[in-house]
Design a protein around this ligand. Structure first.
Ligand code: UT7
Length: 324
């Protein structure tokens, strides 16, 4: 038998306020047609004043716990992936822990920007399979609207706010590629590309939060290649191939990246879960948000093989193969 981390519940939360492309076109030099054609994005959600990343995370976590049939006292590990914590410290995860009424367990953040959820998942999986924890909340939550330069049309049209969460539980499985749960994951980073996607401030440099800056075309160029490679590597590590995949649950940065990556693996675009049109790029929240959408609408069924993938600032990128 092998100990595996099994996803037993998913949840998500989007702020009520929807910002459409047409509204953005009234404030910056852009058009709905340009945004839809180049990115697939039609709208994004924006957190209300006073609505914090931890609030979004807690709302998603409560839904995931409800789906798992658990209460917060069953959780002994919280990992939050975020680049937009409420404060520089404490970790957003400890704020979430407190808001969920928990006083025990381990809670910490991971920072890998848009790949953050894959990093958080890999860390939580490692702790579960080694017995360091038994039931984990893994959350991606972001309020990227607060990092945007709303006068820069090259970036402000691309991002939105939201949160997604899963409950992971350690379970004994037979130890084959037909097991339920996380079968493999692979992470990569390459800091040579720090200056292609970054925030121009921080507590240790400017003492300010800063604004997001991106050389979009160059990020795009790396994305399809890196993502296709890490997906292939992750599937091979589990003794699987692209033909075994039922659903790709990708980071939602740009519809052209989603389709280009699937095509490179020979996967039909119908196999790709797409939410970028409604949610835009929610950074670390985008993979668990997309997962929750496809679980709740019934597309993802027991036994399906999923491949989760993301790439973001750093660069960082990664993938996970998960049997539902
Ligand atoms: O989540 C982390 C990973 N991030 C990503 O994966 C983002 C990757 N990059 C992208 O998705 C795309 O590169 C963008 C959507 C950011 C840009 O699309 P593109 O097809 O690469 O366009 P571009 O940057 O090459 O710009 C083409 C033109 C430029 O005008 P000129 O120089 O050709 O006259 C831009 O100034 O489009 C212009 N442009 C815009 N026009 C209208 C840039 N942004 C806009 C805009 N509205 N919002």
């Amino acid at each position: 038998m092998t100990r595996r981390s099994v996803i037993i519940g998913t949840g998500s939360y989007l702020p009520a306020r929807i910002l459409t492309n047409a509204e953005l076109a009234a404030t910056v030099d852009t058009t709905d047609a340009w945004i839809v054609e180049r990115t697939g994005i039609r709208q994004r959600h924006i957190a209300a004043d006073g609505e914090l990343t931890s609030d979004l995370a807690v709302a998603a976590a409560r839904r995931a716990l409800e789906a798992a049939g658990l209460t917060a006292d069953a959780v002994d590990l919280i990992v939050v992936a975020t680049a937009t914590p409420d404060q520089t410290f404490p970790a957003c995860a400890t704020v979430v822990q407190h808001k969920l009424g928990m006083t025990t367990g381990v809670a910490f953040d991971v920072a890998a920007v848009c790949s953050g959820f894959l990093y958080a998942l890999a860390v939580a999986d490692a702790m579960l399979v080694t017995g360091a924890a038994r039931t984990a909340l893994v959350i991606g939550a972001e309020t990227f609207s607060r990092l945007l330069d709303w006068t820069d049309r090259g970036t402000c049209v691309l991002f939105g706010d939201g949160a997604g969460a899963i409950v992971l539980r350690a379970e004994e499985q037979p130890g084959t590629s037909a097991d339920r749960g996380i079968l493999s994951h692979r992470l990569h980073s390459d800091g040579r590309y720090n200056d292609l996607l970054f925030v121009d401030g921080g507590p240790g440099s400017t003492g300010t939060v800063g604004k997001l800056r991106m050389k979009g075309r160059e990020v795009f160029r790396h994305a399809v290649t890196n993502l296709a490679a890490v997906m292939t590597e992750t599937l091979a590590a589990a003794g699987l191939a692209a033909a075994d995949v039922a659903w790709v649950v990708p980071h939602q940065a740009n519809l052209r990246i989603l389709e280009g990556t699937a095509k490179k693996l020979g996967l039909a675009s119908e196999r790709v879960v797409v939410t970028v049109d409604r949610h835009a790029n929610t950074s670390a929240a985008s993979v668990p948000l997309a997962l929750d959408v496809a679980v709740r609408d019934g597309r993802i069924r027991q036994g399906d093989l999923l491949i989760l993938e993301a790439m973001g600032g750093g660069f960082t990128w990664g993938a996970a193969a998960v049997r539902w």
